[in-house]
Write a protein that binds this ligand. Structure first.
Ligand code: ATP
Length: 791
């Protein structure tokens, strides 16, 4: 169906012309979006133009509207800001300005415009579309064009991409640039933390977000802040100071040496008075805390895009071109968004309207409405933040008989977010009155030493940014000695278990569930949070640690590519991890613009190597010197037992006829990352709380008479949505599950079904390859697909 979009010209037909522009505030990832639009447009047989300097350029026309060639966007994935420029244009707000812009588009034969910007830019774009027929009519009346000349341009196609660091657009989980800005903030707060702890200081950090608290909320979660101020949740006038002080003092009393408060620039009290960083500082000075203010400012917009934004912008850029080609004059203008892991299209006007209604609700002091207009992830994370930091004074504690002993174990190789997830689980347990019990050093630790440690608030307080595993991890599985595992579970009186890990964790969960009949202590709810850089846990598309790994790879490949520009014409064969799963390789190939990607899913053959050699030569032939970055070939570590990284490099080198040099690059353990990325920290926190709630739901208890033994036993069960009792833990597969992301959904999938239907045990991964699309899009954007067709 995709190739049906390819434009073939009948005699006399004109080629489809698409323009792409960036507008409003710049955001990291905009270049990746423009690159994807240019190359996808060319791939489908269209002419693609870039509008330089936003709407200002559209009004000026001429050299501001430039046709883009395939080579023009080479190397753009790793550039920050927007290379085609952006501006704010007062003239475009006027009808005469828009008429002039329409004239410029018609002069170039363009009738489709892809706009990457914030809600202002997109509102302008939609207004432009709705006025288009009348603007064209006026241009004819003014004598600028004849009726015949405008005949082919009866309607204008508009597609929106949201480029904004604020993440303020309704209906989409994230906007292009938001996670890059969050990463900058989190990095800076991590630095500040070090000095704050040394001097036992409090820091108030102001972040961007005039009408949207996304950056402040996510930064608060990712940096373990004590308190946040966001526009959607105004604080009580004249009273917020007391709560702030009380929370900071409480955390100090628990042993914290520093305090962090994040303030969104648009923070308000419920009388609509701004709450500034200085107001917050003054309140903390009152408490006697040595307090400093840091206003991060434009640092937040700076730098290159993180992996997530390069991926998001690329996939959305591709989809925006498809949308242009699929739309009719009747189709409402779409906005390309994302829900969890799925790229979606939604009506632009409604999203913009809803976005604006948040500001209106805030203006009307209707803060409940303002927050309800944010997406479910925002609301969920806000509630989690409140539960684990503001209301951790016992306000949310369950009655004593509902409090649980919850085991937490790390299984497998370390990945970046193990500690962040454990911290979030612990803090939520503490606020609910549960006991978080860490099983030290994985299952073999338990089997050998039986060590289980109750974690306290202060134990985990600074784990949000620690890589590795503070409680110890191990590749061993539960079945190494099930009897001993059962003994210690019994001894600790566990009511539930959270396993955080990769395939061995998955395997252990299955073993525990399988042993329920033999060891009744395993009749407790158990859940796995997939956490492995290989992303090879069956049943889910997402695993903690992957984002950190991809960021490390992006940084690594940016650096090696740059080193090549000094030495000229160099190819790097870069070997990435992932075991038998090609996910990391395919994803990295897509977001680094690799010339080719070798994965275990696609066999390497002599003919694919030959094709790639031809593509490399073609690439270098067009390289005139201005973009002389190195080229990348990505090879998964298990892609072939014959064509090793070294051999591939030698083959390419031998065939290059001296036209380019070849080097191997093996990032190795760099991929496990040091500090977890902001996205991994936030997701870790979200999943951990969801898992505790899962365990709580499955812990309604009944006392029943055990028919065989004749004594009493506790039966655990769950209520369904209608208040009816769902069958008990021991005969209900759903009570041992994996938290999974599939497309736009997060769900708990029973391990029993996953193991039976979706697992390739020998290759330690799922049957389904959920990233095929990345490989295909990567091949389109690298030109590999075109070359293959030609060969
Ligand atoms: P950011 O999120 O960075 O603020 P934005 O796209 O919302 O991005 P704006 O300054 O609101 O930024 O808008 C960018 C440009 O879009 C404006 O300078 C103007 O040219 C155009 N624009 C905005 N709103 C309208 C409108 N209502 N009608 C016509 N054009 C508009």
């Amino acid at each position: 169906p995709v190739d049906a979009l390819r434009q073939t010209l009948a005699a006399g037909e004109r080629r489809k012309k698409i323009a792409v522009m960036t507008s409003g505030g710049d955001s990291p990832g905009m270049n990746a979006a423009v690159r994807a639009v240019v190359r996808t447009g060319i791939h489908y047989g269209c002419d693609v133009f870039a509008v330089y300097e936003g709407y200002e350029g559209l009004l000026k026309g001429g050299e501001y509207l430039r046709q883009m060639k395939w080579e023009d966007v080479r190397g753009w994935l790793s550039e920050g800001g927007t290379l085609i420029g952006t501006a704010r244009s007062m003239e475009f707000r006027e009808r005469w300005g828009r008429k002039q812009a329409a004239g410029n588009l018609i002069s170039q034969g363009i009738d489709a415009l892809i706009v990457c910007g914030g809600d202002g830019s997109l509102t302008g774009a939609d207004l432009f579309r709705s006025e288009w027929p009348s603007l064209v009519e006026e241009l004819v009346k003014d004598g600028k064009f004849t009726q015949e000349q405008v005949e082919p341009y009866k309607s204008l196609t508009i597609v929106g991409l949201v480029g904004s660091i604020d993440n303020d657009m309704a209906g989409t989980d994230s906007t292009i640039g938001a996670y890059s800005a969050l990463e900058r903030i989190v990095e800076m707060v991590d630095y500040i933390d070090e000095t704050a702890k040394s001097h036992s200081r409090a820091f108030v950090v102001e972040v961007m977000g005039r009408h949207c608290g996304w950056l402040a909320l996510m930064a608060g979660i990712a940096t373990g802040a004590d308190y946040i101020f966001i526009p959607e949740r105004a604080v009580p006038h004249g009273k917020w100071q007391e709560e702030l002080k009380e929370v900071c003092q409480r955390h100090r009393n628990k042993g914290r040496r520093n305090n962090t408060v994040i303030v969104a620039e648009g923070a308000l009290d419920d009388q609509l008075n701004p709450v500034t960083a200085d107001d917050v500082k003054n309140a903390l000075l009152d408490l006697g805390l040595d307090t400093k203010v840091t206003i991060l400012g434009h640092v937040q917009r700076g730098g290159t895009a993180v992996a997530h934004d390069r991926w998001l912008a690329t996939l959305q850029g591709v989809d925006s071109v498809k949308a242009v080609l699929e739309m009719t004059p009747q189709t409402p203008s779409p906005l390309i968004g994302i829900l969890e892991n799925k790229i979606i299209r939604m009506p632009l006007v409604e999203s913009v309207k809803m976005t604006k209604s948040v500001a209106t609700a805030i203006g009307n002091k209707d803060f409940d409405k303002a927050i309800s207009l944010r997406d479910t992830e925002f609301i969920e994370l806000y509630e989690n933040f409140i539960s684990t930091t503001v209301k951790d004074d016992g306000a949310e504690m369950l009655p004593v008989d509902e409090r649980l002993n919850i085991g937490i174990v790390h299984v497998g190789a370390p990945s970046a977010a193990l500690n962040a997830a454990t911290r979030a689980a612990t803090l939520y347990c503490v606020s609910r009155g549960h006991k978080p019990l860490a099983i030290l050093n994985g299952f073999s630790g338990l089997i050998q030493t039986g060590q289980i440690k109750e974690l306290s608030w202060i134990d985990v307080e600074n784990w949000h940014n620690l890589g590795g595993s503070e409680i110890g991890t191990n590749r061993s599985v539960a079945a190494d000695d099930m009897g001993t595992v059962a003994y210690y579970f019994q001894k600790a009186k566990l009511d539930g278990l959270i396993i955080i890990g990769g395939f061995e964790g998955f395997n252990s969960l299955n073993q525990l569930r399988d042993s329920r009949k033999e060891y009744p202590i395993f009749n407790i709810p158990m859940v796995l949070i997939p956490s492995t850089i290989s992303n090879n846990v069956p049943g889910t598309e997402y695993s903690l640690g992957v984002d950190t790994c991809l960021n490390s790879l992006v940084k690594y490949t940016d650096e090696i590519k740059q080193s090549a520009s000094a030495t000229r014409r160099r190819v790097f064969v870069c070997e990435v991890q992932g075991g038998h799963s090609g996910f990391i390789a395919s994803f990295t190939g897509l977001i680094t613009g690799a010339v080719s990607v070798y994965t275990p899913e696609d066999k390497i053959t002599l003919s694919t190597i030959r094709e790639d050699l031809a593509l490399l030569k073609e690439n270098f032939r067009h390289d005139k010197g201005e973009n002389r970055n190195g080229k990348l070939v990505i090879r998964n570590e298990q892609a072939s037992s014959v064509y090793s990284t070294e051999l591939l490099a030698n083959i390419i080198s031998e065939s290059s006829d001296g036209r380019f040099g070849v080097r191997t690059a093996v990032p190795g353990h760099v991929q496990q990352g040091g500090f977890p990325s902001s996205k991994d920290r936030v997701t870790a926190s979200r999943f951990a709380v969801k898992c505790i709630k899962f365990i709580e739901q499955w812990n309604k208890k009944d006392i029943a008479l055990d028919q065989n033994a004749g004594d009493e036993k506790v039966l655990r069960f769950k209520y369904d949505l209608h208040g009816a009792k769902v069958s008990t833990v021991d005969n209900e597969d759903n009570s041992a599950a994996v938290i999974c992301v599939n497309g736009s959904k997060v769900s708990f999938k029973p391990i029993a079904r996953l193991w039976e239907c979706e697992t390739n045990v020998a290759l330690r991964k799922g049957h389904e390859v959920h990233w095929t699309e990345f490989s295909r899009i990567g091949d389109i954007l690298s030109g590999r697909l075109k070359l293959r067709a030609e060969v």
